[in-house]
Design a binder for this molecule. Structure first.
Ligand code: IMP
Length: 429
């Protein structure tokens, strides 16, 4: 039985929540392996709407949730999310959630530094979520992070805070931001420790047992390949690797156990935050896609930039992310448009490129090259079989498959969980 990893194939917000929720109902364990509470999933179950940022989605389906070592955990955000879903009737306990003892923590000083730096960047800001993700990953790589296991050792915490504050207070003061007091931070962490530690364990051991027992594991990616710190539109990216390979290193399991890699892409394209977006539409069609697609960030509340489907970009994500099948979402948002464009490459300095160049200047200068396809007047909303789709919609999906060099294995036609056309069960490999 294959496991499944789900990753975004564009710039995030591809509708992973619905697909992950659908797959979670068929899995035994759901694992987050990178990112932090910068992610945002909205899940509708019965008459409850759950907004999750850090908790693995499978929890709402009664599945075991695991937060891997590759995630950066803000303990205060974690506890408040647990309290929030608890108030909605979903009890998250150490029996239903396990957290890697090796996961680094996000502290209030990380969020403060994130925001102070963004303010200092001015026009050149990245448009981060301001939640301290980048600074927390920096501390991990710099070997000064406080990790979950450290919460059990007050003396270690105290020493680590000294080292952290030497670094962060200097930076914060230089940026004109308020600095942090060591004693106050220590008290905050010591107060949180007894609430967080019951969830902590070496999750790799549990995953190894689950794998050997043939349990179905779903790896739930956050953000997307074009926000990957190596493969994305650097520096306008998040600070983790978002490709499927990270499911292995970010949870402590071998690469062969990751299983089938499902990429999620919208039938058009959106982006929050700053950075290159070659197929962006700043005209009435862009506004229409945003209005129809309800394109507002779950975490940031910001309006998303919208544009045509960029097949060259998704093809690149397929290659570097190891995507074996694509789930195409929000096809219905395109209903009624007279014609549709698909980006098939870029023109740069007279040359034709089939991939996005690496430098930010070249990415910004790359002009999209389009192929035009006929639209469809009929509604595809709620279609549950291939036969329910108008011929031009089938043609559009088939053309995407050819251009991105991956099969569309799942098609979603409305926010409802059951309005999904399944071509292949990812758990069957
Ligand atoms: P950070 O992850 O907060 O450092 O933000 C870096 C970039 O990633 C910014 O452009 C954010 O808008 C973007 N980003 C982070 N998380 C998400 C997400 O869940 N969906 C879409 N964009 C995201």
């Amino acid at each position: 039985m294959a496991n499944v990893a789900v990753i975004g194939a564009q710039w995030g917000d591809e509708g992973k929540g619905k697909v992950v929720d659908w797959l979670a109902s068929r899995a035994d364990i759901v694992v987050r392996f990178q990112g932090g509470h910068n992610a945002g999933h909205t899940l509708v179950v019965g008459n409850q709407t759950y907004k999750l940022s850090l908790l693995p989605s499978g929890l709402v389906r009664g599945k075991l949730g695991i937060i891997g070592n590759g995630v950066v955990i803000d303990p205060e955000a974690l506890l408040s999310e647990i309290a929030r879903v608890g108030a909605q009737g979903l009890a998250v306990t150490p029996a239903t959630l396990r957290i890697a003892d090796a996961a680094p923590l996000i502290l209030p000083l990380h969020a403060a530094l994130d925001r102070a730096r963004e303010a200092a960047r001015g026009e050149r800001r990245i448009g981060t979520t301001g939640r301290g993700i980048g600074p927390a990953y920096e501390d991990k790589v710099a070997r000064r992070a406080i990790r979950v296991a450290d919460l059990a050792e007050p003396a270690t915490l105290s020493d680590k805070l000294d080292e952290l504050l030497l670094h962060h207070n200097t930076l914060l003061a230089g940026l004109g931001a308020a600095t942090f007091d060591r004693r106050e931070l220590l008290q905050r962490l010591l107060a949180l420790a007894p609430q967080v530690l019951p969830f902590a364990e070496p999750v790799w051991e549990r995953l190894d047992e689950a794998r050997r027992a043939g349990r179905r594991i779903l790896f739930e990616g956050a953000q997307a390949v074009m926000l990957d710190v190596d493969h994305g539109t650097y520096p306008f990216v998040t600070s983790s690797n978002t490709v499927a390979a990270t499911a292995a290193s970010g949870s402590g399991i071998g690469p062969a156990a990751v299983g089938f890699v499902l990429g999620i892409a919208k039938a058009y394209c959106t982006r929050v935050g700053a950075g290159p977006f070659p197929t962006e539409l700043t005209d009435a069609t862009g506004t229409l896609l945003g209005d129809r697609g309800l394109e507002f960030g779950t975490v940031t509340g910001r309006r998303r930039r919208c544009g045509w489907f960029d097949a060259a970009l998704v093809r690149q994500a397929v290659k570097v992310g190891g995507i074996q099948g694509l789930a195409l979402t929000k096809l219905d948002v395109l209903d009624g448009l007279p014609e549709l464009k698909i980006g098939v490459g870029y023109r740069l300095d007279g040359a034709l490129l089939r991939r996005l160049p690496a430098s930010p200047q070249a990415q910004a200068a790359a002009e999209p090259v389009y192929e035009t396809l006929p639209g469809w007047p009929d509604s595809t909303r709620g279609a549950r079989s291939w036969a329910d789709l108008p011929a031009p919609a089938v043609k559009y999906v088939r053309r995407i498959e050819e251009l991105v060099e991956a099969p569309v294995t799942l098609l979603s036609t409305s926010p409802e969980r059951d309005d999904t056309i399944l071509m292949r069960d990812p758990f069957e490999g």
